[in-house]
Each structure stands twice: as structure tokens, then as C-alpha cells.
Write a protein that binds this ligand. Structure first.
Ligand code: AMP
Length: 507
């Protein structure tokens, strides 16, 4: 059934906890529904209505989760990574045509100055307990309100940028119906109920945290307890205090947790976890095994992406199968493997993973060429390569898109290229993925310097750091006389680390 964020919230009993934090009283479902209604009224009064874009830059925590739900019930939310530099904020605020920016009262984020320079209305959020909040500010003015009231299923609920094969990130609009479908798919896959309590350690500007942790919990009438962000040192006290029934995270977080688990044997033995869910990057089978041994519960690896409002495939809870090294079977959308000639391949065939279903975006915004590439016969091309086994379980075998996946954080190499090309000593640059044992991949850059110019690795990294959020700054910079080209004369980012001899050929 096609529905909306607000309709999903009907699943919770009035007095049942909805959104909380480890050290705060939770907001119950009645409180959350009241907050939603109040927020939409306030936004409408400020001149913000359905399909108007509201950029949100808030610290990770319950207020961010509640703001996503409450603002999303009557407008389009556009959460941005608080770690961005001012230049990045300026780009995103203008690219998404934000009507206003929501920031936390007293929070000195660089998003404020970017919004001020752009003449954008700034709305201050004052947090209360467990996600409750009030909004204050001028807004763009009631005269500019086009459509008030609650959003409908086809309205855009969420806009995220995805790092693409161009330096310009693509805008992914997700409708109310898209994200509601995805939240329900996740709930069905892992059997979420009102008894479930999710401990959120994922950033809430990313699709994984927003949909898998927050919205799927609420849609099942369960609750989500939001931490200020992942912290391996504090994790065990949260586990002990919150007593979650499940967690969803990226593999690098689980690896950091495992590294400390031996010191917290009492807490792990007492935990009432029903499952651990892993997504957004590949989970090494060894990590899966150690997690299951440590926490005594099944680890469910799922495959997600922004354009699918997160989940596409998933392993299953017992008595269903979970296969280490596989991302599981279709879990929401239909999933197929597209061969070179455009035919759908049977079991064992290797090709591009394609999807279609109610959770999949209708297309990138204002980007006909990207859409022409992205859709074939109504199927969305993920840019990932894989093969399906006899049980319909998907195995990811590679990536066709030039994305760097740094432990779940996605970086467009072209965006980094473009910044580094502005360095006065740089003649040519190719940013590429460097295999990394914990993160899966790290950002690296190969640079050809201009004749007679010099620059050190440190100079290049300092230059990048001024204009790029830390996670996009190349960890490795190599200087070359010439950048190696593929057989066709084209630059080949994929496999460049091996070609340059920076890693063994089989890494
Ligand atoms: P995002 O849009 O940030 O969610 O990133 C989506 C991309 O992350 C996918 O297209 C895959 O390349 C990668 N990804 C997501 N889940 C997995 C997984 N379980 N294993 C391997 N790669 C994954």
C-alpha cells in the first residue's frame, strides 16, 4: 500500500516509546504524533509546505531523528552531513534549492554562514527531551506557501545527494511512498514488532540510519534510541543501559566493536540482542562469524543504496538462510542480473545488478542524461556487479561505477579530482580507491605535477582539507610522471591501485 511517513506512525501505541536517547526520557508515540502535527503547522506558518525543501544540519541524536520524521510529514527533508566545509554547504544548499535551513540553537555549524551568504532563511531548533523540539525563526514567509497540510504519497519526502560518476553529485528524490515502502520491507525482513528497540549508531544524514534504524522501527510501532554517533568506547555502556533488541550498522563499526568486546564479556553475555544487521559495505565472513560468537545472535547482511531508499536484498533470520559472503535474496524490490546484451541472466551469470519496485526512486532530479543511463526497460541499474546463486541469493562481485566506498561512506573520485586540479602545482590528477583492510577502500590520488613545480603529499592533503570534508581527503598521494591509461587510452580508476603496484594484484 502506498503511504506516507505520518500514516506509518499510526502503528505505535500512544504510551509506547518512539524516539529516545541513552540518557533521556523517550518521546512516546502520542508525543511524536503531536510533534509532527505541531511542526507541520509551524512550517506552514513560516511559508514552508509540501515539496518545499528544508535542509537539515543537526548533530546526530534524537532531535535529528524526530526532525526528519516531523518535517518530512509536511515538507521535503534534505539532511546534510554536519562535517561538510562551508564551500560544500554552499553547493548543496543551492543545488537542492532549499527554502530554509534547520540548525540547532547555539550550534556554530558552517552551514549557518553558507545559508547567510545565500540569503536563506535559518530556522532554529531547540531540543527538548527524547527527540521533542520546538522550531523558531522567520522562515521564507507565509506569502510563499504553495501547498500546506500533510504530505501525500507522491510528494518528495527526502532528498539526498549521491556521489556519482561526475564531479557533481546527483540529486536522488525519494517520495513518501518510496521511503514508507522501504521501511516496511526492512520491518518484514527482520520481523520488527512493537517490542523491538533499536540502538542507533548510524549517522542520520545517510539513508541507512534514516530508514533502517529510524523509520523501520517507528513503522513497526517499535522504538529507536539515538546516540550522538558511533563511539566504540561508549558502545558497551549503551548496550548495557539501553538493552536494545537489534542494531543496524556498517561493517567497520562492528569491527571496532569486536576489537573491544573481550573487555566487556559480561555486557555481551547479558545483552538481549535478537539480531545485528549489517549494510552499506561488504561484511567479511570472518567478522560475521566473530560477531555471532560474541553476541550469540544472528548477523543479517543486507544490500542497500540511496536510490532504493536503502534495502534491496537481505539474508534472512533463522529458520531462513544466511550465507556469509552473500548479500541475501530480494527483500522488497525485484532484483535481476543484466547481461551485456541486455538479457536477464539466470543463476551463475555475472552482470549488472538491476532493481525495480515501490521503494526505487523515479529518477535523478534535473538530470536526463543520468536517467537515460540509469534506467533500462523500467529497471534501475545499480552500477554494482553480481551473480545470483541457485537459491536466489545475490553475491556482489565488483563495481561498475567509479565510486569509492570508504567503510560505507561514498566518495566521488571526480569531486576530489576537481578540487585538486585547483592546486597551482597540479597538472593532472586521478583519484582512485585504494584497498584498505578495515575500511574496504580508502581515497588515494595520483598526481602529475606541472613542470618546474613542486608539492609534497602534505601540501596536497592540506589543500584538499580546506575544501573537502575529512573523509574525502586522500590518505595516500602518489606523484607520477605520467598516469597509466587503459588499452583504449582512457583513464581507468578501477584497479589503478593494483596497476600502480600500491597493492598486490590479488588484493
Ligand atoms: P549508499 O547509496 O551510500 O547506500 O551506497 C550504495 C552502495 O553501497 C551500493 O551500490 C554498493 O556498492 C554498496 N553496498 C551497500 N551494501 C553493500 C553490501 N552489503 N555489500 C557490498 N556493498 C554494499
Amino acid at each position: 500500500m502506498r503511504t506516507t511517513i505520518r500514516a506509518l506512525l499510526a502503528a505505535g501505541d500512544d504510551s509506547a516509546s518512539a524516539i529516545g536517547a541513552p540518557d533521556q526520557e523517550a518521546l512516546d508515540f502520542k508525543g511524536l504524533r503531536d510533534l509532527v502535527d505541531r511542526t507541520v503547522e509551524t512550517l506552514n506558518g513560516m511559508g514552508i509546505g509540501r515539496n518545499d525543501r528544508v535542509a537539515i544540519v543537526l548533530p546526530n541524536g534524537p532531535a535529528m531523528a524526530a526532525a526528519f520524521v516531523a518535517i518530512g510529514a509536511g515538507a521535503t527533508t534534505a539532511p546534510l552531513n554536519p562535517a561538510y566545509r562551508e564551500e560544500e554547504f554552499s553547493f548543496y544548499l543551492s543545488d537542492l534549492q532549499a527554502k530554509a535551513l534547520v540548525v540547532q540553537e547555539g550550534d556554530e555549524t558552517l552551514a549557518r554562514s553558507a545559508a547567510q551568504k545565500a540569503g536563506l532563511a535559518i530556522i532554529e531548533l531547540r531540543p527538548g527531551d527524547g527527540g521533542d523540539f520546538t522550531l523558531a525563526g522567520e522562515g521564507p514567509g507565509a506569502a510563499s506557501l504553495e501547498k500546506g497540510g500533510f504530505a501525500e504519497p507522491d510528494d518528495v519526502a527526502l532528498i539526498l545527494h549521491t556521489s556519482g560518476t561526475t564531479s557533481r553529485p546527483k540529486i536522488v528524490p525519494l517520495t513518501q511512498a518510496n521511503i514508507a515502502a522501504s521501511a516496511r520491507h526492512i520491518g518484514e525482513t527482520i520481523g520488527l514488532s512493537p517490542d523491538d528497540v533499536c540502538l542507533n549508531i548510524m549517522p542520520l544524514f545517510h539513508i541507512h540510519g534514516l530508514i533502517a534504524a529510524v523509520l523501520s522501527s517507528l513503522a513497526a510501532g517499535g522504538s529507536v534510541v539515538c546516540t550522538p554517533g558511533f563511539n566504540a568506547l561508549r558502545f558497551f555502556s549503551w548496550l548495557d543501559g539501553v538493552r536494545p533488541t537489534w542494531i543496524t550498522a556498517v561493517p567497520t563499526m562492528y569491527q571496532a566493536i569486536l576489537a573491544r568486546a573481550a573487555r566487556h564479556g559480561g555486557v555481551t553475555a547479558e545483552a538481549r540482542l535478537r539480531l545485528l544487521r549489517s549494510s552499506s559495505a561488504s561484511l567479511p565472513p570472518q567478522v560475521m562469524k566473530r560477531l555471532e560468537e560474541t553476541f550469540g545472535c544472528p548477523v543479517i547482511e543486507s544490500y542497500g543504496m540511496t536510490e532504493a531508499a536503502h534495502q534491496m536484498t537481505s539474508n534472512r533470520l533463522p529458520p531462513g538462510k544466511r550465507k556469509p559472503g552473500s548479500v541475501g535474496s530480494a527483500a522488497g524490490p525485484e532484483v535481476a542480473i543484466l547481461g551485456e546484451g541486455g538479457a536477464h541472466l539466470g543463476a551463475g551469470g555475472v552482470g549488472e545488478i538491476v532493481i525495480r519496485g515501490p521503494n526505487v526512486t523515479h529518477g535523478y532530479e534535473a538530470n536526463p542524461s543520468a536517467n537515460a543511463d540509469a534506467f533500462v526497460d523500467g529497471w534501475f541499474r545499480t552500477g554494482d556487479q553480481g551473480t545470483m546463486d541457485e537459491d536466489g541469493y545475490l553475491h556482489i562481485t565488483g563495481r561498475l561505477k567509479e565510486l569509492i566506498n570508504r567503510g560505507g561512506e561514498k566518495i566521488s573520485p571526480l569531486e576530489v579530482d576537481e578540487i585538486l586540479m585547483d592546486h597551482p602545482a597540479v597538472a593532472q590528477v586521478v583519484t582512485f580507491a585504494m584497498p584498505h583492510d578495515k575500511l574496504g577502500e580508502e581515497v588515494a590520488a595520483a598526481i602529475v605535477l606541472r613542470e618546474g613545480e613542486t608539492a609534497t603529499e602534505g601540501d596536497i592533503r592540506d589543500f584538499a582539507r580546506q575544501r573537502l570534508a575529512d573523509f574525502k581527503v586522500p590518505r595516500t598521494v602518489v606523484f607520477l610522471k605520467e598516469i597509466p591509461k587503459g588499452a583504449t587510452g582512457k583513464l581507468q580508476r578501477i584497479g589503478l591501485a593494483q596497476k600502480l603496484g600500491l597493492v598486490p594484484a590479488d588484493a
